[in-house]
Design a protein around this ligand. Structure first.
Ligand code: NAP
Length: 474
């Protein structure tokens, strides 16, 4: 591996303390990566502060053109990034190519947004003063990313932070730090000034992040990961009243009504469940199917799931790679065992294969009881858990019965009914007759305990900006 050290102030720094990154397909060590401590964090913050002064003063167009070059460079190297993503995360090549392209798109989208930080000038209705509203870069940002999308969860934060004019420190997931490190030479080539973007892999994550969140130069903490860690970070961010952006866990319901086009519903459910082999916060976790169509839907979904080829994700013929680590695989297996013990039926899959690699086969469970653990917790693996319902009110009530609120999916041929249902779902995003909602041009994010703030869309850049209002007379 070419890049395994810390990236601070545009140069690579080695450390005595290091940790291993494992290839989930073979369980072999892929690389030994440098581990940052709080001294490295201070050096990175110094570099980001110095670089930000000049970057924030550049014209929006100048920032936009750097982002555009980053998009073009990454698009020309999708194969290289996809290969690295597969090696450290395990996902199949097609999923990795999809992620690399999605990751690059954030540079294009925010190249376009960088020049659109619109303000406002208007008359105060009563006083006669002018109200001038403008947006300014918020300050240094700490970006913390998960392992399930090693590239895209980073670029979804880096691109808007650059567009806004901020300097940043990235703490990638310890499972998958290599992709983020490999992105740094590309950003340099695109024209990102040295010091503006720093990457600190670390095995001392809690202490490192806590230290940075208490540095007075930091103003934004943008986190994607579990709700449990998100809660902890919010507490830590409270001490300096940081601007938080939290993309947390999900428990997505997928409702298939009796009037749905079953071809579309099965295709959409496959995508919502199996994109990234189920290791996605957006993964369909609870599949509610109307009893009239449940047998046919289950038959078709099972046929599709059973036909997927499992293996090392670097093999182009493979659809489903290994899960990221043994814990994730064991957790998925435990969810299946629990559901089966409580009365669920295994339609396909359900057995951990022997041999090396953290594999779990595509699995369909029908008749999943309401008290199964997988109904209340993220499965984060290739297991489709099907339940049935008889009436719309019951489906809506059960879909909303969770503390999460990231995304829901609805399949129905009656658009009026479908929109009425969408509006009653307490989720930040809804896929209507679609199994994919992620789009750089749309505001991605959740309600309730799935998070705070939005990434992508017009909102994404505002997460890294402060609004200033000037009350003026002239
Ligand atoms: P995680 O355990 O919360 O870890 C995410 C990141 O937080 C990693 O970089 C991790 O570093 C770091 N971290 C762990 N403990 C920390 C602490 N005490 N202080 C500061 N940082 C800490 O989540 P994960 O297992 O990587 O990812 C899966 C979760 O992410 C799922 O719940 C999924 O739903 C969620 N997710 C949400 C979205 C979304 O957009 N809403 C997208 C993707 C994933 P280490 O690796 O060093 O521990």
């Amino acid at each position: 591996m070419d890049y395994t050290d810390l990236y601070i102030d545009g140069s690579w720094r080695t450390t005595r303390e290091r940790f291993d990154v494992i290839n989930p397909a073979t369980e072999a060590v892929l690389a030994s990566v440098a581990s940052a401590d709080t001294n490295h964090a201070d050096a990175a913050l110094d570099a980001a502060e110095a670089a930000m002064a000049e970057w924030a003063a550049r014209t929006p167009r100048a920032r936009s053109e750097v982002l555009r070059r980053a998009f073009e460079l990454m698009t020309a190297r999708l194969e290289d990034f996809a290969r690295l993503i597969t090696l450290e995360n395990g996902k199949a090549r097609a999923d990795a190519m999809g992620e690399a392209a999605y990751a690059a798109e954030f540079f294009r989208w925010f190249a376009e947004e960088a020049v659109r930080a619109d303000g406002l000038i208007t008359h105060a209705p009563a006083s006669g003063a002018r109200i001038i509203v403008q947006h300014k870069p918020a300050g240094l940002a700490v970006l913390i990313t998960p392992w399930n999308y090693p590239a895209a969860m980073g670029t979804r934060k880096i691109a808007p932070a650059l567009a806004a004019g901020c300097g940043m420190i990235i703490k990638p997931a310890s499972e998958t730090p290599l992709t983020m490190l490999a992105l740094m030479p590309l950003l340099e080539e695109a024209g990102v000034p040295k010091g503006l973007v720093n990457v600190l892999p670390s095995k001392r994550t809690g202490a490192l992040v806590d230290h940075m969140l208490h540095d007075p130069r930091v103003r934004v903490v943008s986190f994607t990961g579990s709700t449990a860690v998100g809660r902890r970070l919010l507490k830590s961010a409270a001490d300096q009243v940081l601007k938080p952006a939290m993309e947390l866990g999900g428990n997505a319901p997928c409702i298939v009504f009796e009037d749905a086009d079953l071809d579309i519903a099965v295709e959409g459910t496959m995508l919502a469940k199996m994109r990234n082999l189920g290791e996605a916060c957006t993964a369909a976790n609870r599949i509610y199917v109307h009893a009239d169509v449940a047998p046919e839907f289950t038959r078709r979904l099972t046929a599709r799931m059973a036909a997927l080829k499992v293996g090392d994700g670097t093999d182009p013929g493979v659809d489903v790679g290994p899960l990221v680590n043994a814990d994730t695989r064991d957790k998925v297996a435990a969810f299946v065992a629990d559901a089966v013990a409580k009365g669920a039926r295994v339609e396909c899959g359900g057995e951990v294969p022997a041999g090396k690699g953290f594999y779990y086969p595509p699995t369909v469970l029908s008749n999943v009881p309401e008290n199964a653990d997988c109904v209340h917790d993220e499965i984060f693996g290739p297991v489709a858990a099907i339940q049935t319902f008889h009436d719309q009110e019951d489906a809506i009530r059960r879909a909303n019965a969770t503390e999460y609120g990231l995304v829901a999916y609805v399949f129905s041929g009656d658009f009026k009914r479908a929109l009425q249902v969408c509006e009653r779902l307490e989720y930040g995003m809804v896929g209507l007759n679609r199994g994919l909602v992620s789009d750089p041009a749309a505001p991605f994010g959740g309600t309730r305990q799935s998070g705070l703030g939005r990434e992508g869309g017009h909102e994404g850049m505002l997460e890294f900006m402060e609004t200033q209002y000037i009350s003026a007379s002239w």
